[in-house]
Design a protein around this ligand. Structure first.
Ligand code: GDP
Length: 423
């Protein structure tokens, strides 16, 4: 069984929490895109952990976790993440963590370049997480990047790196007026942070192909959501990778396999980190109350997230782009304080109602059409069966199901592993 767990919205839907729950029935969990630019927060009996690179299956003893070829990996960050998990008593060995030899290394100069560009843009900035992601993916496609497998051959890396750094300095020094990148310093950095990781590197595509053929259950864990996809998201305020489920077999290294199921993680309201169009956005005290109720501050950066009501148009588009077979609705409990639940049921452009999620200037100029649904106004975090939910809460779930034309199979009512309802 090959299952993708992907985000329907702008990210931060609670994918990590759902992977942690559902991966108990899986043998392998694979991350197939992105880097350490977003974070999953996972709360379970081992503690509370923030994961940026490592798949959320790491807490399940029998799960093998894979960082796929579609990822970009900051070695320093990964070493820190492993150390942190080990300190929390989590076992990490080459048996339960494998890193693709084709994954791209995110170098310190990618992070520097990201920061330099955000500073240059000043008030026109993108709201980058400054983790170097756009720059390392850019270099990947310009074929000026280093792959994890390259580092297994120390003798060849110095020359390759010297060529890349010479090219990179044209930008760093001549365009930005920054200090030149030094090859020696980069080699030292690679030596220091690759050494503890080298045993984890292998041909993960081959491993996964064999696992799939042997009938193992494989889960693909996405970072961010459909609206951050480089092709289909709110470009250019997207991530630099493909966040959609269809990319999962490619980014994992098994394009010869097809997904059996896509589970879309969809949030009961909307949040968005950084700049860009966010039509359903709410402001003022109403927004602040929702932000506080949902603890909407970025796991990777601590930035306050922009918030809004559930966005029907954006979420329906996200559900379609992910090809979701079923949905997991998260954070329903967060809405419990509301008397009435604001829902963005559509967009309007110059007096015209839009029926589909727009693109470009139309998206920039669209205005939200809000309505409200009855709230339940009581704590639902202890509910474990559909019958436990107040009628208004169940109606809200049914409303979303109908609007998305997709079955809601899980409703999450808290961050803890068991705080969910199976419908
Ligand atoms: P991800 O990147 O999609 O995994 O999402 P994040 O980890 O950035 O954000 C989800 C946050 O919401 C985490 O802090 C979770 O612990 C928390 N969370 C997940 N599901 C629920 C839920 O149903 N209710 C509540 N109250 N919190 C949840």
């Amino acid at each position: 069984m090959l299952t993708a767990i992907t985000g329907i919205n702008w990210g931060d839907e609670g994918k990590g929490r759902m992977v942690d729950l559902l991966s108990q029935d899986y043998d392998v969990v694979v991350r197939y895109q992105g880097g350490n630019n977003a974070g999953h927060t996972v709360v379970n009996d081992r503690g509370s952990f923030i994961l940026n690179l490592i798949p959320s299956g790491i807490f399940n003893e029998n799960v093998v976790n894979v960082l796929g070829n579609g990822m970009v990996i900051d070695l320093h960050h990964l070493c820190g993440e492993i150390e942190n998990l080990r300190r929390g008593g989590i076992r990490i060995t080459p048996d339960n963590l494998k890193i693709s030899d084709r994954a791209i290394v995110c170098m310190p100069y990618h992070v520097d370049q990201d920061c330099l560009e955000e500073s240059r843009l000043a008030d026109k900035k993108f709201g980058s997480t400054r983790r170097g992601i756009a720059y390392v993916y850019g270099d990947k496609y310009m074929k000026k990047a280093i792959r994890m497998g390259d580092l297994l051959h120390r003798e060849a890396i110095a020359d390759k790196l010297a060529d890349i750094v010479e090219w990179k300095n044209l930008t760093m020094v001549k365009a930005y007026g920054a200090e030149p990148v030094r090859v020696e310093a980069m080699l030292e950095w690679l030596e220091r942070y690759f050494t503890p990781l080298s045993d984890f590197v292998c041909d993960t595509g081959l491993y996964l192909d064999q696992a799939a053929k042997a009938g193992r259950n494989i889960m693909f864990e996405a970072q961010l959501g459909a609206l951050r996809d480089i092709d289909f998201g709110i470009y250019p305020y997207t991530s630099s990778s493909s966040t959609i489920a269809a990319y999962a077999p490619v980014g994992a290294g098994i394009p010869n396999h097809r997904l059996d199921k896509v589970i879309g993680i969809i949030k009961a309201y909307s949040t968005c980190v950084g700049e860009g169009p966010f039509t359903c956005e709410m402001f003022g005290p109403e927004a602040e109350a929702l932000r506080q109720a949902g603890h909407e501050y970025g796991a990777a950066t601590g930035r306050p997230r922009r918030v809004g009501g559930f966005d029907v148009l954006a979420s329906r588009y996200g559900t379609r782009m992910q090809g979701a077979d079923e949905l997991a609705l998260t954070k329903l409990d967060v809405l419990s304080y509301m008397e009435e639940i604001p829902v963005c049921v559509g967009y309007e452009l110059n007096g015209r109602a839009l029926t589909d999620f727009p693109v470009g200037l139309e998206l920039d100029q669209a205005k939200p059409v809000y309505t409200s649904l009855p709230g339940w106004h009581c704590d639902i975090s202890a509910c474990r069966k559909a019958e436990d939910l107040p009628r208004e809460a169940l109606d809200y779930v049914r409303f979303i199901e109908k609007a998305m034309e997709c079955k809601v199979r899980y409703v999450s009512v808290g961050p803890e592993r068991d705080a969910y309802i199976l419908l």
